[in-house]
Design a protein around this ligand. Structure first.
Ligand SMILES: NC(=O)c1ccc[n+]([C@@H]2O[C@H](COP(=O)([O-])OP(=O)(O)OC[C@H]3O[C@@H](n4cnc5c(N)ncnc54)[C@H](OP(=O)(O)O)[C@@H]3O)[C@@H](O)[C@H]2O)c1
Length: 303
């Protein structure tokens, strides 16, 4: 049975990804800063500062999925937090690479999370695709360094895939849970101009793309993991209210209020680009949830 090691595998995406992979017949293990997790999945400890990973974790891995990293939306972006957001992704990836080199492990593929923030917090009608350059804003630079550290695996001749992920829609939490709070109490409204795009993906499609990245030997390099539908923040909030049969008539939340509440992080809430899903679709992935109304109905209405 092939073994997949998932760094940060006890997080929002990882926890359910472990289950999907187990259901597909893979052996799954998690790499965590804690020596045990209540996930029921074998967990190996690592200490990124001390450059330590339990040896067996690396020795037994056929594939590694690298999800670990300090959460981007949990806390205000102080200078210290911004550095942690970068280091927790880049240093951890470097550490895995060093251990792979030391153990002469014959890894079949290294699959790293990345984010559509690669293209920057920019509102425009341009549709960004994988050949576009990274933006030089904070998240663009984070993604550039994150992906560059993944490229170290490619240099070793290991198939390397980078999944530039949009906002993950899941019942379990994340951005959707935060957006639902005002909608449910009937005061939902767009943020700032409401014209910023919000590239999103249903969690089942993200899993589908990760599984394809493991199984499809032709997949190499960066792929956007976003639904084909392009929705602005205004469309998104309106569709959310419609699906939940809640009112939608409050005025937009002024950008200045968002800046006061979220500080520098408000950039990713007030700006957002259109991102293409063409490359992953051309690679043969068929989206289960290509449109927003269908995705939200599945997550919020269907049991
Ligand atoms: N969710 C989204 O909407 C979204 C969108 C775009 C990209 N992504 C990316 O996809 C990946 C997985 O997302 P997620 O939502 O599952 O994230 P998450 O719930 O925040 O989980 C990430 C995991 O990373 C580990 N971690 C946290 N801080 C760390 C640190 N300082 N050093 C090393 N590891 C640390 C934690 O595992 P332990 O505590 O077990 O060590 C945590 O469970 C992340 O890299 C994220 O940036 C997510």
């Amino acid at each position: 049975m092939e073994r997949i090691l998932i760094s940060g595998g006890a997080g929002l995406v990882g926890k359910q990804l472990c289950k999907k992979l187990k259901d597909k017949g893979y052996s799954v293990a998690i790499l965590s800063r804690a020596s045990s997790q209540d996930t029921g999945i074998p967990t190996y400890a690592w200490n990124i500062d001390k450059k330590e990973i339990e040896k067996e974790a690396i020795e037994t891995a056929d594939y590694i999925i690298h999800l670990a990293g300090a959460n981007i939306g949990d806390k205000r972006w102080s200078a210290k937090r911004r550095q942690l957001i970068i280091d927790s992704r880049v240093d951890s990836g470097q550490l895995i690479l060093e251990k792979i080199k030391e153990n002469k492990n014959k890894l079949k593929a290294f699959i790293s999370a990345s984010a559509v923030g690669y293209y920057g917090a920019i509102t425009s009608d341009k549709i960004f695709c994988e050949t576009d350059d990274p933006c030089n804003d904070f998240i663009g630079e984070t993604c550039r360094q994150w992906e560059q550290s993944a490229n170290g695996f490619e240099k070793l001749g290991i198939r390397t895939v980078k999944i530039r992920t949009g906002i993950v829609l899941t019942r379990q939490g994340g951005a959707l849970a935060k957006m639902l709070i005002p909608i449910k109490i009937g005061i939902g409204s767009p943020s700032g101009s409401g014209k910023q795009y919000m590239p999103w993906i249903h969690i089942d499609d993200l899993y589908g793309i990760y599984i394809k990245a493991i199984e499809d030997m032709q997949m190499n390099g960066a792929y956007n993991a976003v639904a084909p539908d392009h929705n602005t923040n205004s469309d998104f909030t309106k569709t959310l209210a419609y699906v939940l049969k809640k009112p939608f008539w409050f005025p937009n939340i002024p950008a200045i209020i968002m800046k006061i509440i979220f500080g520098k992080m408000s950039a990713i809430l007030l700006k957002g680009s259109r991102v293409s899903s063409d490359k992953i679709r051309t690679a043969g992935y068929n989206f289960l949830f290509p449109d927003l109304e269908g995705a939200l109905t599945n997550l919020l209405i269907k049991k």
